[in-house]
Design a protein around this ligand. Sequence first.
Ligand SMILES: [Fe+2]
Length: 243
Amino acid sequence: MIDLHCHILDAIDDGARDADDSVAMARQAEADGIEAICATPHIRHDHDVRIEELAGRVRGLNERLERELVAVRILQGGEVAETALEGLGEEELERVALGSGRWVLLEPAPGPLGESLLRRVGQLAERGYGTIVAHPERHLSADMFERMTALVAEGALIQATADFFLRENMAKGMLAMAEKGLVHVLSSDAHTVLGGRPVRISSALERLREVGLLAPHMEWIAETAPSAIVNGDPLEVPFAPRI
Ligand SMILES: [Fe+2]
């Protein structure tokens, strides 16, 4: 498994507190069967992430994980706020795209999923990138499934937060989203081992197996899609939204 959304780089945003926290997060991932993690710090006005330093930070963490015999590989990436997108030059965009750089993890602006997000999916396509919409389930509105469907029709993929499938108060809504075919990949969006969501995907994948529409596509969701995304390989979605 590959975790496409994780704040594992330390002291760079609101993620890992220090290097030990990063290593502990990687150990959590390893225990879950995750072999690679995209480091996705917030690219957003309230976090001063130096994009040109990301490659060195990723290399440093990979070296430490090797020394500590943790079998998890860190890949470069970012969680790009939709409001930050236009300020990014071509080189910067390439550096914050996931893995080998054909897909951008795009964080919707606060509030309901808006028309602006849809426009930005189109802008990213013009710049040669696919869009993965980060945790749209956090942007509630009565017509959120219609809005997600419009994003998917524009070529976007939906990244749902794995841990939400396991929370009593959220599981029902998450499964409803999955039943409509509005989940393409699951990620942890973990920030630290000290609290909140763990770096864990497998239990949520088990829950997805119970969803009729997605059940035949679990291999695609768990392995094919994440691996094509980080490798920049062509990707065709084998199911369509049904709302
Ligand atoms: Fe995040």
